[in-house]
Design a protein around this ligand. Structure first.
Ligand SMILES: *[C@@H]1O[C@H](CO)[C@@H](O)[C@H](O)[C@H]1NC(C)=O
Ligand SMILES: *[C@@H]1O[C@H](CO)[C@@H](O)[C@H](O)[C@H]1NC(C)=O
Ligand SMILES: *[C@@H]1O[C@H](CO)[C@@H](O)[C@H](O)[C@H]1NC(C)=O
Ligand SMILES: *[C@@H]1O[C@H](CO)[C@@H](O)[C@H](O)[C@H]1NC(C)=O
Ligand SMILES: *[C@@H]1O[C@H](CO)[C@@H](O)[C@H](O)[C@H]1NC(C)=O
Ligand SMILES: *[C@@H]1O[C@H](CO)[C@@H](O)[C@H](O)[C@H]1NC(C)=O
Ligand SMILES: *[C@@H]1O[C@H](CO)[C@@H](O)[C@H](O)[C@H]1NC(C)=O
Ligand SMILES: *[C@@H]1O[C@H](CO)[C@@H](O)[C@H](O)[C@H]1NC(C)=O
Ligand SMILES: *[C@@H]1O[C@H](CO)[C@@H](O)[C@H](O)[C@H]1NC(C)=O
Ligand SMILES: *[C@@H]1O[C@H](CO)[C@@H](O)[C@H](O)[C@H]1NC(C)=O
Ligand SMILES: *[C@@H]1O[C@H](CO)[C@@H](O)[C@H](O)[C@H]1NC(C)=O
Ligand SMILES: *[C@@H]1O[C@H](CO)[C@@H](O)[C@H](O)[C@H]1NC(C)=O
Length: 410
């Protein structure tokens, strides 16, 4: 618009390591000078409505063919904010606008535009709209005259979508035409350099039985939801290091996990968050007419280092962990809660009470069928032993009477 003689260049840097999504270089120029330059990999996770009136989540990456849109992009000469807009595919776009206070610059808003008519990316979409979602206060900032660097994947939720950047270097309000050598490094990178750094993404080790954690949700000072359980994710996702879909079992680590949530009259949620990388959301529903409750929804958002894109799976029409108001639900045996074909949750030594807690402690438990069956085993064995003793006793008595009778005939 107010951009004079814009020259927008695109360079493609291919990762040396196999399996890594391509980094794209984008820059916005005005006259002979560059004001924004970004080298990054980006992937997107978008949920949309399908023709079969369900929702589907797709993941796709910013392709190497993405180009800077010279018309929308700007260095802010006309009084607006500097804006980098990369376009790709049939009508998709990623936008980053910047602001600065003279000493610090930051991403003022992050925009994702996607075209649901693109049937190869959004199969069975029930709409042909071009959807634009925006997120402000993204938290990407750096000192002026430094390059923002973040090699670790960082995910941003934009509307209902998720944008994940990795291998990112960018600068706005550039003093020269190249990225400044001085860098502002994101906290994720500074934290990971303290750990032994390996280029290969860590593959989760096959876990044993998960540790049991205790989680609670408070409402106005008193516990309104209480849960004790060991949790294990059974999840299939596209691995960055292996460039293929892998199936992994991953345990939730209680001491790294925070619990939050809410309690309403007929709905309670428990949200477990492990180090911002894993968010698991339980929704319990109470039917007040029948005084029965059950686990009606489970949602997982996982942003793990080896994932090519954030993994999200949810199902809001589940019917697990059924119990009665005023009771807790207990299942010591392992259970599998299937959420989606790509995600199921294995529970171990579970006890939960989402409604009707009065004393900050579990009420009497209703046990799952598997536990009841297991309790049956000692009863059956005991009964069988008692029966055996009885048979031996009868046989002995009969034998004794017969031999007694024998003496008498002599
Ligand atoms: C990943 O695998 C796909 C198909 O299996 C292949 O087309 C692609 O080139 C691979 N990418 C890399 C970076 O190895
Ligand atoms: C851009 O560079 C060209 C050649 O290097 C020079 O002639 C021109 O004056 C420059 N324009 C501006 C606005 O600096
Ligand atoms: C799906 O459709 C419903 C109803 O029209 C709408 O509220 C919702 O935002 C849509 N979801 C997505 C992901 O577009
Ligand atoms: C798309 O699906 C949503 C949810 O299933 C529905 O509410 C909406 O009316 C549908 N839109 C169209 C155009 O069919
Ligand atoms: C995002 O930033 C761009 C560029 O400054 C601006 O045109 C757009 O209106 C902004 N969007 C929102 C929702 O703030
Ligand atoms: C959206 O995609 C459709 C089909 O690929 C295309 O015809 C249409 O022009 C695209 N819309 C925009 C705004 O690019
Ligand atoms: C700019 O913003 C940063 C971060 O909010 C703040 O620390 C700094 O003091 C601000 N500088 C000026 C000149 O306002
Ligand atoms: C950034 O660099 C430019 C050119 O080197 C200089 O004029 C400006 O004062 C610097 N700004 C800050 C905040 O260091
Ligand atoms: C929370 O507790 C305070 C003091 O016990 C009470 O006055 C208030 O009504 C309670 N609020 C709710 C929403 O229960
Ligand atoms: C994990 O899920 C896969 C696919 O649903 C299934 O075949 C496998 O048995 C599950 N493993 C465990 C330990 O739950
Ligand atoms: C958890 O799920 C419930 C029900 O779907 C939803 O209302 C709530 O916003 C979710 N919370 C989080 C943190 O995702
Ligand atoms: C409660 O359960 C009854 C009987 O199963 C059912 O008819 C009713 O629709 C349920 N109510 C809600 C709000 O789900």
């Amino acid at each position: 618009m107010k951009l004079r003689g814009a020259l927008c260049a695109l360079l493609v840097a291919c990762c040396a390591a196999p399996g890594c999504i391509q980094a794209v270089t984008l820059q916005v120029n005005e006259g002979n000078s560059t004001c924004i330059k970004a080298e990054l990999s980006a992937s997107f996770s978008v949920t949309y409505n399908t023709t079969s009136s369900s929702t589907r989540t797709v993941q796709f990456a910013l392709p190497a063919s993405a180009t800077v849109d010279a018309v929308s992009s700007s260095c802010g000469a006309g009084g607006g904010l500097p804006w980098l807009v990369a376009v790709f595919g049939p009508g998709h776009a990623l936008g980053l606008s910047f602001s600065s206070n003279g000493s610090v610059y930051s991403v003022a808003n992050l925009t994702l535009q996607y075209n649901l008519s693109d049937a190869s990316t959004f199969p069975d979409a029930n709409s042909s709209d071009v959807v634009t979602v925006v997120s402000s206060s993204v938290g990407i900032w750096a000192a002026v005259n430094t390059t923002f660097r973040c090699m670790s994947p960082s995910a941003f939720s934009v509307g209902g979508a998720t944008v994940t950047f990795s291998d990112m270097k960018l600068e706005a309000y550039m003093p020269g035409n190249d990225l400044s050598p001085a860098e502002s490094v994101c906290t994720a990178d500074t934290a990971s350099t303290t750990a032994p750094s390996t280029t290969a993404a860590p593959v989760p080790t096959p876990p044993g039985t998960p540790e049991q954690g205790t989680y609670s949700v408070d409402n106005n000072g008193s516990v309104c939801l209480l849960a004790q359980m060991g949790l294990q994710f059974n999840i299939s996702y596209v691995s960055k290091s292996q460039n293929k879909t892998v199936q992994h079992l991953v345990n939730l680590t209680p001491h790294l996990t925070n619990a939050s949530g809410s309690c309403e009259a007929s709905r309670a949620t428990l949200v477990l968050t492990q180090e911002q990388a894993t968010t698991l959301n339980f929704t319990f529903t109470l039917n007040s007419t029948t005084s029965k409750y059950h686990l009606s929804g489970l949602a997982l958002l996982a942003i793990w280092p080896d994932m090519i894109a954030p993994f999200s799976a949810s199902n809001a029409s589940l019917d697990y962990l059924r119990s009665t108001l005023g009771r807790s639900y207990m299942c010591s045996a392992a259970q599998t809660l299937v959420v989606e074909p790509t995600f199921s949750l294995n529970t171990f030594r579970l006890q939960v009470q989402p409604f009707g807690l009065t004393t900050n402690q579990f009420a009497t438990a209703e046990e799952c069928q598997m536990d009841q069956d297991q309790m049956l085993i000692p009863i059956v064995v005991g009964a069988a032993l008692a029966g055996l003793v009885l048979i031996v006793l009868i046989a002995y008595l009969i034998g004794r009477r017969r031999s007694h009778a024998g003496y008498q005939t002599i």
